[in-house]
Design a protein around this ligand. Structure first.
Ligand SMILES: [Fe+2]
Length: 176
């Protein structure tokens, strides 16, 4: 008889495990970048960075739309949520800078590095300060996890590296 199989599916939708998995995934992508940056081509680097950026945007949007408002109602220390939101704004600003840079930009690798540091900080604060309070508040972490999963499914897109290569659109200026 196995005793470890219980609640296997329930654990998957728990908001804390879901967000922690996101954190792990994106941290691994930054590690991959560190490994790749000495030898990878500009195309390989920018494909990975594009993946990192969409992963981070989706994670931040899901947290802002669903997780933070719910946490704000349940914990007394709402400063923590304010800080997280301000940090998200900075993170997204750096993501958009990176999205408009090309991989041969002299500051490209430095920008990825700084973004990785922001993410480390975000993960530390969230896992160290916010998640423990959420656990204590006895919030419905299953329902929240389900909402987050649905949100990500609706707003996510296939990883850019999995899409067929598209022509370089240059400055992105388009005629309407
Ligand atoms: Fe997070």
């Amino acid at each position: 008889m196995t005793t470890h199989a219980k609640n296997a599916s329930a654990e998957k939708t728990d908001v804390i495990s879901l967000l922690t998995d996101d954190h792990k995934k994106v941290k691994k992508m930054f590690k991959d970048f560190e490994k790749m940056k000495g030898s990878g081509s500009d195309d390989e680097l920018s494909a990975l960075v594009e993946d990192i950026c969409s992963e981070l945007n989706l994670h931040a949007e899901a947290e802002e739309a669903i997780f933070y408002p719910a946490v704000r109602e349940e914990i007394t220390d709402t400063n923590l949520v304010d800080e997280a939101e301000v940090e998200h704004a900075e993170l997204k600003e750096l993501v958009s800078q990176l999205q408009s840079m090309s991989a041969d930009d002299p500051k490209y690798k430095a920008t990825v590095k700084v973004l990785g540091e922001y993410v480390d900080h975000h993960v530390k604060e969230e896992e160290g300060e916010i998640f423990p309070r959420v656990k204590k508040a006895k919030m419905d972490t299953e329902a929240l996890g389900e909402e987050i999963a649905n949100f990500k499914q609706m707003h996510g897109q296939p990883a850019p590296s999995a899409r067929p290569a598209r022509p370089n659109t240059g400055t992105g200026a388009r005629k309407h």
